[in-house]
Design a protein around this ligand. Structure first.
Ligand SMILES: Cc1cc2nc3c(=O)[nH]c(=O)nc-3n(C[C@H](O)[C@H](O)[C@H](O)COP(=O)(O)OP(=O)(O)OC[C@H]3O[C@@H](n4cnc5c(N)ncnc54)[C@H](O)[C@@H]3O)c2cc1C
Ligand code: SF4
Length: 508
């Protein structure tokens, strides 16, 4: 009796648990492009195209490797439109009575599989370094769940950049060296770009037709869509991007969408790359003397530290995590998040780049778009849905803890010990956006002042009961209290006027 082996669009790895449990001779692999997954938020067309194209190529690779694969395209007339619907349809067709699956990265789908009328055996997704149980053990009994301690555990566990039980170079973390602004004449080669082949072109035509109205530019489409291409993109990054990765990790430049970032999360999260291969390549380059220690350490910290930690938080916190709203923020997300049409040059740049590439790097997501929604009190669930829709690497297990936790402080401080907020001064230091802005970053109040400036103080003032006693924010509150009454009043009045204009949908 055959069983169905379910492979989801972000499980495109030949080492995925369900495949390892399956029997190539008797079991049948099923994969499906379904409307319910493509439409539950208005995903960026590049993201949909990437997932469908990579799925089609992965299905073909499995067939070549001897698997029987039942693949449903989005426009197949019999398409049942949802994962459970497709399971039932394929079960009827094949007579299968059981399903082998790998745990999805989203509570919504986990519960859909649990509710499926057919027995579904769900295996842990062991493409990650840290299992749910291991994270639970680490978190148990801790007063706070700081990433740095978790990261050190992962370094010890993997032995990556370790000399015995000591970190290579004597320090666990070289972040201090990783906060440079990019010089004006710096040159970045950017990620490797791939020309769409016939399979990709067919998907692009489908996506153009069905999702052409979604926010986001589909062409030029340049992502890798199979494991071979993703490996080439990795090798290209190690050679061209990694040496400068540490130094310019937090930098932003108008017109430079990628700087020295790897743009590998898209491939890693979908299964085209695995963390082991990425980290091995990074460590090899460092051992060969091709990249400095701050770049290599900084990079592996993102992958075995932040990425694994975020997943741990998502699964530990449970299905209600995306509805948390510790700061009780209620405003609706401004319409310009779907157009980029704002006079604020930094926001306009981050949003239009997101529209064109389905990509923005970490500091743009955190300190430009995320900082603004936090300072203006936008409902974090609205913010979460936007991030989930617009980035090609966005799957809930990684997007939600970054948005709800790190960026919007909506989980009340589980991920971050203080909110990530800043005035325009930080953005000026780390970018060249302010030069081309209608607002003046040097002005603190009034119509021409940079909105981040007064919104920052207004945020601290509004949330003084919660953050006033936070030792990490004491200095900021002291500065606020040292300002003259007039200055404080003018700051709050500027913020109020701006927020009224924002709510009224006026141009800001
Ligand atoms: C508000 C917000 C939303 C985010 N949403 C997502 C998301 O939906 N999907 C996603 O993969 N990442 C998300 N991140 C984390 C991070 O911004 C992206 O992983 C990174 O920008 C991906 O680009 P890159 O591959 O060029 O990363 P690089 O800068 O080259 O970093 C290397 C790798 O480290 C990992 N990484 C780095 N930081 C994080 C982090 N905070 N959490 C998890 N992994 C990390 C990624 O796998 C990334 O590929 C978000 C961050 C913020 C602040
Ligand atoms: S002045 Fe303010 S709004 Fe304008 S680019 Fe600079 S930080 Fe952004």
């Amino acid at each position: 009796m055959s069983r169905l082996v379910l492979i989801l669009g972000d499980q495109l790895s030949d080492r995925i648990a369900a495949l390892r449990e399956a029997d190539r001779e008797s079991d049948v692999v099923m994969m499906a492009e379904v409307a319910s997954e493509a439409e539950y938020v208005p995903h960026h067309p590049k993201k949909i195209a990437f997932v469908f194209a990579a799925m089609r190529k992965f299905a073909a690779a499995l067939e070549s490797a001897g698997w029987r694969v039942l693949y449903t395209k989005l426009d197949d007339p019999d398409n049942a439109g949802s994962i459970p619907g497709e399971i039932l349809r394929r079960a009827e067709e094949t007579g299968a009575k059981e399903v082998l699956a790998t745990e999805p990265g989203e509570w919504r789908l986990i519960s859909a599989l649990e509710d499926c009328p057919l027995p579904v055996h769900m295996f842990p997704d062991d493409r990650f370094l840290c299992s749910h149980e291991e994270f639970e053990d680490w978190a148990e009994g801790r007063k706070d769940l700081r990433m740095e301690w978790f990261y050190r555990e992962m370094r010890r566990k993997t032995g990556l950049m370790m000399e015995g039980d000591k970190p290579a170079g004597g320090k666990w973390n070289y972040d201090h060296d990783n906060r440079k602004a990019a010089p004006k004449d710096a040159e970045f080669s950017g990620p490797m770009r791939f020309t769409p082949d016939e399979t990709v072109e067919a998907v692009l035509a489908l996506v153009e037709d069905r999702f052409g109205v979604n926010f986001g530019t589909l062409r030029p489409f340049w992502f890798a869509t199979d494991q071979g291409e993703a490996r080439r993109a990795l090798a290209h990054f190690i050679k061209t991007g990694l040496p400068g990765f540490g130094d310019y990790q937090d930098a932003m430049l108008a017109g430079e969408h990628f700087l020295a970032h790897s743009v590998l999360s898209i491939y890693l999260n979908a299964g085209l790359l695995c963390w082991e291969d990425i980290c091995a390549a990074v460590v090899d380059a460092w051992e060969e003397g091709d990249v400095p220690i701050n770049a290599a350490e900084g990079y592996i910290r993102q992958v075995i530290g932040w990425r694994e930690y975020m997943r741990g938080i998502y699964f530990r916190e449970g299905p209600d995590y995306t509805t948390r709203n510790a700061l009780e923020h209620k405003r609706t997300r401004p319409g310009f998040y779907w157009t980029g049409e704002t006079k604020m040059a930094c926001l306009s740049a981050a949003i239009t780049q997101t529209r064109d590439e389905a990509y923005a790097h970490h500091i743009q997501r955190l300190m430009v778009t995320g900082n603004f929604t936090l300072l203006t009190g936008i409902d974090p669930h609205d913010v979460h849905e936007w991030y989930l829709a617009v980035y090609a690497d966005a799957y809930e297990w990684v997007e939600a803890p970054n948005v709800i936790g790190m960026s919007q402080y909506a989980d009340g401080g589980i991920v971050g010990s203080k909110p990530y907020v800043s005035g325009g001064g930080y953005l000026k230091r780390m970018s060249d956006y302010c030069k081309g802005c209608a607002y003046d970053v040097g002005e603190k109040t009034g119509d021409h002042a940079c909105p981040y400036n007064y919104l920052y103080w207004n945020f601290l003032h509004q949330h003084r009961d919660r953050f006033g006693k936070n030792p990490r924010m004491a200095q900021m509150y002291r500065t606020w209290m040292k300002m003259s009454d007039d200055k404080r009043e003018a700051t709050l009045a500027s913020a109020e006027a701006f927020l009224s204009r924002l709510e009224a949908g006026e141009d800001v």
